[in-house]
Design a protein around this ligand. Structure first.
Ligand SMILES: Nc1ncnc2c1ncn2[C@@H]1O[C@H](COP(=O)(O)OP(=O)(O)O)[C@@H](O)[C@H]1O
Ligand SMILES: [Mg+2]
Length: 229
């Protein structure tokens, strides 16, 4: 299987007030094409730190991150921006939708940034949102949507440019349990339909086991966990 992501001996420390914490101590991880991997670990174990490194949002790490065969450490700022835009999609715990734009526009925008034509971008946005059950909410702004609906828009936005890899950081962490289950199921279905791979951080064991494979972050390294979805 081809890897969309290959992380080798990734290390990241933070120094604050003269104290250094080694959050990641040599993480190794491969994610295959179309594979959905749960990144499991308690709060503070370094899940967000790992996703931020893989998302090329922060430097300051050692080791290698290859996305679609491209070594991130060898790219300059523009190269990282291009790779992030062309290969990655993001879903956060809080939706980070643009408040002054409606659902459709929030999903159109990343496509337009990638120089898509307006008509197909709009059609793609409407199709993704409709597939997530939001066909009757296309013109609503984020403040006019429920938490579950906001996260669905964030999911559609993450998939808008057909990324090879979606990075999701506690994507349902802000929702009640029942809504979280429904939104996660829809997220996983859509990622599979679209053929994207995903790396999904969660501290929830039950949600983690709905994915293809579970890796566990423990004392700064990843352990392969038995049993996936
Ligand atoms: N920018 C930062 N500066 C200092 N310490 C940080 C920073 N980001 C994260 N940390 C520390 O790294 C550890 C892991 O944090 P994080 O990656 O957010 O864990 P998780 O997402 O699993 O809850 C924590 O001890 C946190 O305090
Ligand atoms: Mg986190």
């Amino acid at each position: 299987m081809n890897d969309v992501l290959k992380v080798t001996e990734l290390a990241r420390s933070f120094t604050q007030g003269g104290v250094t914490i080694d959050v990641l101590r040599g993480v190794n991880l491969s994610v295959g094409v179309g594979e959905i991997v749960a990144l499991l670990g308690p709060s503070g174990s370094g899940k967000s730190t790992l996703l931020q490194a893989v998302g090329l949002l922060e430097g300051g790490f050692e080791g290698s991150i290859r996305i679609g065969g491209e070594e991130a450490a060898k790219l300059d700022n523009d190269g990282r921006t291009r790779l992030r835009r062309d290969a990655l999609g993001f879903v956060y715990q809080f939706h980070h939708l643009l408040p002054d734009f409606n659902a459709t526009e929030n999903v159109v925008l990343p496509q337009v940034i990638r120089e898509a034509e307006m008509a197909p971008a709009r059609a793609r946005a409407e199709s993704l949102l409709t597939s997530l059950g939001l066909g009757h909410r296309l013109d609503h702004r984020p403040s006019q949507l429920s938490g579950g609906e906001q996260q669905r828009v964030a999911v559609a936005r993450a998939l808008a440019n057909r990324p090879a890899l979606v990075l999701a950081d506690e994507p349902t962490g802000n929702l009640d349990e029942r809504t979280a289950d429904i939104v996660l199921a829809e997220f996983l279905r859509l990622v599979r339909e679209e053929g994207s791979a995903a790396l999904v951080a969660t501290h929830n064991e039950r949600l983690a086991h709905k994915m293809d494979r579970v890796v566990r972050l423990h004392e700064g390294v990843l352990e392969e966990s038995s049993g996936g979805g």
